[in-house]
Ligand binder design. Structure first.
Ligand code: CO
Length: 134
């Protein structure tokens, strides 16, 4: 069911500082900031030859990553995104298998304009999983 790793996401308290660190200290190519109000975050992507790293910072008062940053004020690894070819089929299979899909269970549009879903970290060894249909 799982395809490639689409990206690994790191929550950061200061997106500009994180962008500068990846660009200037690590020499990486970083995309311009993209606000995702539906997800309560602003993101940039670090382009790598084999995958991407997503840096995400809170957007708005009710950001879903605010509590994570309260627990991890310096930032930290937030989720890993796997590609799937059919997100609804993947969701249905996971629900039957007892996995919890976050939110109302319907895919939202992610940063790449594709449908995404998140799976409860307690069902996957403490790691939040994002599925993206590609
Ligand atoms: Co992501």
């Amino acid at each position: 069911m799982l395809g490639r790793v689409n990206h690994i996401a790191i929550a950061v308290p200061d997106l500009a500082a994180a962008t500068a660190s990846y660009r200037d200290r690590l020499g990486a190519v970083v995309t311009p900031p993209q606000a995702l109000p539906e997800h309560g975050v602003t993101v940039v992507f670090v382009d790598l030859p084999n995958t991407k790293v997503e840096l995400l910072a809170p957007l708005g008062e009710a950001s879903p990553i605010a509590a994570f940053l309260d627990r991890n004020p310096a930032g930290g690894m937030h989720h890993i995104c796997y590609e799937v070819s059919d997100i609804l089929a993947a969701r249905d299979r996971l629900v039957v298998a007892g996995a919890r899909v976050l939110g109302d269970g319907s895919p939202k549009t992610g940063a790449h304009g594709k449908p995404v879903l998140f799976l409860h970290p307690k069902d996957f060894f403490g790691t939040l999983i994002e599925l993206e249909e590609v």
